[in-house]
Ligand binder design. Sequence first.
Ligand code: HEC
Ligand code: HEC
Length: 481
Amino acid sequence: MQSLRTPRRDFSSKGVLRRLGMLAGFAAASAGYQAFAQGDPKNAAPPPSGTQGSSSAVQSAPKSNAPAKTPPVSGGGSAPHGALSMTEQKGRVESLLGPSAAVAVPAGMNAEFWKSLIPAGGKGTLEEVELGKKLYFEPKLSKDGTVSCATCHDVSRGFTDRRNTSEGVGDQIGRRNAPTTLNAALFSTQFWDGRAKSLDDQARLPITNPIEMGMKDEAAAVAAIASDPGYKDAFQKLYGKPPNMDDLARAIAAFERTLIFLDSPFDAFLRGDDAAVSADARAGWALFNGKARCNSCHQMSSSQPLGTDNRFHNIGVSARHQDFEGLARKSLAALAKDNRAETIDRLALETDMSELGRFVVTRNRGDIGSFKTQQVRNIGLTAPYMHDGSLQTLWDVIDHYNKGGEANAYLDGGIEPLNLSEPEVGQLVAFLFSLTDKRFASQNQSESERQRGIAIQRRPFRDDQLVTRQVLPFEKTGAKK
Ligand code: HEC
Ligand code: HEC
């Protein structure tokens, strides 16, 4: 972690551009972009019909019975738990990716790199991706037949559920916000606390988690799939075996690796098209790398297009409501008895120890309250924000950082009041909205209007006294008690 004491680099946006341009990998990665831009049918995605106009989640939200003034965080679709129906979601995913885009290299990806993501035992064939897609939308993988992966990672909502924290079988609410499955393949670890090493490891856990999909055990999940002759055949043909958990997870992961969405207006700007983003967004990019120091954790480069360092930091989100010391003792006692992956998964999703974050995985004190630096790609689509969904808009996110997070003993040294002016806050927000893939352009537009509407009325995390250091963070904490 770079601390405040690291000398400020002179990051004009042009300077960063030049640096990025010099990186050899970028040229390779942009081949896919060019195919997209030129409408090459083999490599590029089809026109974004399914995601445009009438079909955006934001626009369909009023159908829900949620009170009109609250943001549509709890569904709005006709499927159980407020998701869009699985049939409609599948249709949309096909119009986003195209029926055969599965095996082609996703737009914006370096072909060699993308293929290197396929783990041992994975096929990376169209058949495997098709099987994984079917399983991703399969409610039979849940105890009561109401929940699939796509319930919480909904195609129409930026592959999230638009809730603060997720709802699974029996309408049980967990402790964590669902991150997007878009581009998740590019992370070094999965989950907010990195407790899964790969997509294949990750996919098994929600199926047997009691409050997500709730299957009694993996055998029950396999049996639910094996009772369907279509699945039986598909597994046999692909893997030469009847349905089993390893291959089931493998197939889902293969489908997720096709969900690469890195073709945003910002990328067009990096390729040299200054007009692709607004002047505000360009100024925001300079702030991101300069005064606001976002890039000390959200590094953006051709080799790290997600904007993450793949590390864990306490940025003072949990600190709003936690007794870290007491919780840490409690979790150590629990883990001394049993530290299986399933147990850690339950601590993370079902107990107040969730707020310990990475600590529950490593048991290092330095990791208390630390969470993974989340990607900033397609960020306009995935509100609410942070591991607990506590920030409703990107204005709230910048307000949080601007005041130096929430003071606590484990706060990362890189989190300090930023003294950003109100126009600068707006510029950072404009930059963040420029990171959404073009295939979601209209949804991104309506979401930015929706969030702006909220921010005009409510900025609960804005604190000018802290921002300008008229009051220091620890004085503020003391004063509240
Ligand atoms: C009940 C809602 C729910 C269901 C069902 C669900 N997820 Fe998730 N998913 C979440 C939540 C909440 C998290 C974050 C949990 C955490 O980090 O502790 C998450 C995290 C993830 C991540 C990690 C992303 C990242 O940025 O680290 C991936 C990938 C993922 N889920 C894929 C899946 C797949 C595949 C399935 C189906 C097998 C699935 N999910 C089912 C809610 C759900
Ligand atoms: C010290 C490292 C660090 C710095 C500096 C930092 N971030 Fe973050 N960022 C994180 C971590 C860690 C998370 C997840 C934290 C959590 O959920 O508790 C996060 C989460 C986010 C999210 C929410 C992601 C989501 O899907 O919910 C956004 C947006 C974001 N950061 C933008 C920024 C911007 C803009 C800046 C600069 C003003 C910035 N970050 C500075 C580490 C950092």
